[in-house]
Design a protein around this ligand. Structure first.
Ligand code: F6R
Length: 612
């Protein structure tokens, strides 16, 4: 979704801004633009299309300014076009802003401003903001800093979510920012400072970040940053140092980020489970203080997330229920928040989000807090919004995930949740310790086994070559394999644009089998020795109706024949998704490249879904 970059210092701002926008391309966008202060005027250059188009705008590389703001837009109000691209200016060209989020009351603010003589050049909700700042500034605002006071007066009129950057030619030595429900970080440099919606945009310049809170303002100048609360009372703020290596956000010789991230999975899992799981010792989670009494008091655990993160939650449900005997419900965040869920202080709510910024997940978390539940966030991004709202946070250490389609975050989430389930079981004493030790040993062997699965890449690429022209695919699995079917199907859909659906194997004959005809591709997952014979029967039913079959299994298959079989290493079936999902990540990747599609940025998708 939309991305923000900003710079103030002594370097030329334009290269920093454009480089930052390039780093944010993975979030998904349809237009880009910059605004800088040049010879006491604000110069805006923007267009629809790729960030690379900015380089073709005449004069952009001659701009010598060292203060500027920049934006990639993912259209919500008004189609992608030059006039709807950010930055937007007020009618007097004295204030320029970029904005992430949605202004819900923009119609009424537009009417108010129109009645006061303002006119609009775009269809965006954003354009009301610079005009409101101008309105309040010219009406007169009080305070030590009238620029800040005018921004605050405008922000007080807004309903919705926002991360906003503002520059003004009346105040050429500063950038003002504020946020609510949309991320914004400030990067601390030496005689220069940076602003971004996402850490990777400025990670090559600094590792020292301030994570702006909701309703917090900052004035950023070359030499210092001042922070203010919602009443403009100044306060100090701690720097957070981010350990990510800047090269982690680069492709390192891989053709696409997605392929690189698929290959990073063994390490992502090692990093995530290291220090938390040691054989022969109890699992530990730093900062997570959960007592036996608290776990015993729970009547259920709710796991809430979206998309792939929700699929990780489904796998965790089986593990937690098996080891802890606590009922687990798994919800899609956008449904959970509107279904009046029955939750209270006896419910532990676990929120899973790679980005930590997904709007529905964040809203659901706030809802459960208001109902008295304890909340536990699982995220890959330090200091992200859900981690700051939750009572507890445990991080996956997968490193930055840049490709829109989630891969290493999923396997890291499932590994972490498996260790968390063991941790809870050890606190509760709800499962035999020797069995838990066996499961720990299985988890610790996963990275090596995953390397074996990655070694099957060539065979999977060959299968992709044989099926990439298909129009429909059906994924089948039982138990945990069904959850992998859901994730595999999602990967194929989003990356290859092939219609694909996942079914619990036993459910197919209750309707969907009517769609099976000669040549249709059916993909089966068989990793649970107890359930495999039943699933094999279900796949035979589609074979006899002419389906082409592709099976991923860790079982010896005798007396059955499928068109394609990928054999993966065996492991405890509770955690088998960490291995069995990988062939489908690779399959989706190779189908997408065979079709010549944009693997890292599939159409219509955004990495971080910060609107409802
Ligand atoms: C699919 C995918 C999405 C995300 C979902 C939640 O490949 O990446 O389904 O899993 O948008 O995102 P996070 O985990 O950032 O909350």
């Amino acid at each position: 979704m939309c991305g923000i970059v900003g710079y103030i210092g002594s370097k030329k701002a334009v290269p920093v801004l454009i480089n930052g926008l390039h780093c944010l391309e993975y979030r998904g966008y349809d237009s880009a633009g910059i605004a800088v202060l040049e010879n006491k005027n604000i110069v805006v250059m923007k267009d629809k299309g790729r960030v690379a188009n900015l380089d073709n705008i005449s004069g952009i590389n001659d701009l010598s300014s060292s203060i500027g703001i920049a934006h990639t837009r993912w259209a919500t109000h008004g189609k992608p076009s030059q006039e709807n691209s950010h930055p937007h200016m007020d009618n007097s060209n004295q204030f320029a802003i970029v904005h992430n989020g949605i202004i819900e009351n923009y119609n009424e603010l537009r009417e108010f401003l129109s009645n006061n003589g303002y006119h609009f050049l775009s269809q965006t909700d954003t354009e009301v903001i610079p005009n409101l700042i101008h309105y309040h500034y010219t009406k007169g605002v009080s305070g030590k800093d009238t620029f800040l006071a005018a921004v605050k007066a405008a922000v007080d009129d807004l309903k919705g979510s926002y991360a906003i950057e503002v520059i003004s030619n009346l105040f050429p030595d500063r950038v003002i920012v504020v946020r609510k429900d949309s991320p914004l970080v400030l990067g601390k440099g030496k005689e220069e400072n940076y602003i971004a919606s996402d850490i990777p945009a400025i990670l090559s310049y600094t590792k020292d970040f301030y994570l702006l809170d909701d309703n917090e303002y900052a004035i950023i100048s070359k030499d210092h940053i001042q922070f203010f609360d919602s009443n403009l009372v100044e306060h100090s703020k701690e720097v957070t140092t981010i350990e990510w290596d800047a090269t982690a956000a680069e492709k390192n010789g891989y053709e696409h980020f997605m392929l690189k991230e698929i290959h990073e999975q063994p390490n992502a899992i090692r990093e995530t489970i290291n220090n938390r799981l040691q054989l022969g010792e109890k699992c530990t989670f730093e900062g997570l203080t959960i007592t036996k009494e608290y776990l015993q008091s729970l009547n259920k655990i709710c796991i809430v997330a979206c998309g792939t993160a929700m699929h990780a939650g489904l796998v965790a449900k089986n593990i937690i229920e098996k080891l802890c005997r606590i009922p687990v419900e798994v919800d899609i965040a956008s449904e959970f928040r509107y279904r009046d869920p029955i939750i209270d202080e006896k419910t532990l709510c676990i929120y899973i989000s790679q980005s930590g910024e997904t709007a529905d997940t964040l809203a659901a978390l706030k809802l459960s807090k208001s109902k008295g539940c304890k909340t536990l966030a699982i995220s890959n991004v330090i200091g992200s919004s859900i981690t700051r709202e939750a009572d507890f946070t445990v991080y996956t250490y997968a490193g930055p995930e840049i490709a829109v389609a989630s891969t290493k975050a999923y396997t890291a989430q499932v590994s972490l949740l498996a260790v968390l389930a063991i941790h809870f079981a050890e606190i509760l004493g709800s499962y035999a310790q020797d069995k838990l030790e066996e499961l720990k040993a299985d988890i610790s062997r996963l990275p090596t086994k995953l390397e074996t699965v990655l070694g099957l890449e060539k065979s999977i690429a060959e299968i992709a070559q044989k099926i990439y022209t298909e129009h429909d695919m059906y994924f089948l699995g039982r138990g945990t394999d069904y959850y992998v079917a859901m994730e595999g199907s999602l990967k194929v859909k989003e990356l290859s644009y092939i219609h694909s659906e996942a079914y619990a194997s036993g459910e197919l004959k209750h309707g969907t089998i009517a769609l099976i005809e000669n040549g249709i591709t059916v993909i089966g997952i068989l990793t649970n020795p107890d359930l495999a014979p039943k699933s094999i029967s279900n796949i035979q039913e589609v074979v006899s109706r002419g389906a082409k079959t592709f099976v991923v299994t860790n079982q010896e298959l005798t007396n059955v024949s499928f068109d394609f079989v990928i054999r993966i290493p065996e492991t405890n079936s509770l955690i088998s998704p960490i291995l069995s999902v990988v062939p489908f990540q690779l399959l989706a990747y190779y189908i997408s490249t065979a079709k010549g599609l944009d693997v890292d940025k599939p159409r219509n998708l955004a990495k971080s879904v910060t609107v409802e």
